[in-house]
Design a protein around this ligand. Structure first.
Ligand code: FE
Ligand code: FE
Ligand code: ZN
Length: 276
């Protein structure tokens, strides 16, 4: 059974996202915990969260993914920006306890000229501050495209973060197909790329996949998502990703430029390409 969903708006709450997911043939989804540019999050209605958990159980959902605001930068050179990242992160994880057992994905950060080593140290510091051994959420580092001074476009950088964190049993990785392509890891040679991932990080730490086509060629370091089949990866390569023995049971989440109808069509297409 292919577990697949897409990014949804969280403006009507948890249960509404679950119902929207069902209406487009999804059995997982992703949402921003707050405005993607940051700012205050809406209060959580515990009953609404509970209703989603019931719906997810009834319909055999895979874990869902909360996405941190993409402006959150724990590797910033500016102490205020780092503080904001830390507070947002901690607040989001507290809120995730209303929907225990799910995933929280974030972009590791950009070192903005301080260098990779310093950036990695700052990310580790933040994770050590906010992870709570009693939490019920797995925190995922997303593989990045390597645009600007982004950290995490090389598997080895993610590994260094994972190794530096005390409660790293709470951590995992989310592989974004557009990002790894743009970072220079081939999805045409998927076996080689996953062997490298396994050697440097360990495939057991891979907990979710963002399934996107890319507007740019291998190694472009750009990060521009395309609808499935309308980018340089193409339908056949992405079908190889959802069917790969090491990946096929993970939750897949579309982050393609689409409206709900477009997402419903992509979910249908990928389900039709999945070999049961
Ligand atoms: Fe992301
Ligand atoms: Fe992504
Ligand atoms: Zn992206």
């Amino acid at each position: 059974m292919l577990h697949i969903g897409c990014h949804l708006s969280s403006s009507n709450g948890f249960e509404a996202m679950g119902r929207t997911a069902l209406s487009i043939g999804a059995d997982t989804f992703q949402f921003f915990t707050r405005n993607p540019r940051g700012g205050r999050a809406k209060d959580i209605n515990p009953q609404d969260a509970q209703n989603l958990l019931i719906l997810m159980k009834e319909h055999h959902f895979a874990p869902i993914i909360a996405h941190a605001p993409y402006t959150l930068n724990p590797a910033s050179a500016d102490a205020k920006t780092r503080d904001f990242a830390l507070m947002t992160f901690a607040d989001d994880l507290k809120r995730m306890e209303y929907v225990p057992g799910n995933l929280y994905n974030f972009h590791p950060g950009s070192h903005v000229g301080q260098g990779i080593d310093k950036g990695i140290d700052l990310i580790i510091h933040t994770l050590n501050e906010i992870l709570d051994s009693k939490q019920h959420t797995t925190v995922l580092l997303e593989t990045m495209a390597g645009k600007g001074s982004e950290i995490g476009s090389k598997f080895d950088e993610l590994k260094r973060i994972l190794d530096g964190v005390k409660h790293n049993q709470l951590l995992g990785v989310c592989l974004d197909t557009c990002h790894v392509n743009d970072a220079g890891y081939s999805l045409v040679k998927l076996d080689d790329t996953l062997a490298q991932f396994d050697k440097q990080i360990g495939l057991k730490l891979l907990k979710a996949v963002h399934i996107n086509d890319s507007l740019n060629p291998l190694g472009a370091h750009k990060d521009r998502h395309a609808p499935i089949g309308e980018g340089t990866l193409g339908v056949q390569t992405l079908a190889g990703v959802i069917n790969h023995p090491a990946l096929r049971n993970l939750p897949f989440c579309l982050e393609t430029p689409n409206d709900l109808d477009g997402y419903a069509r992509e979910i249908k297409l990928l389900r039709s390409l999945y070999k049961e």
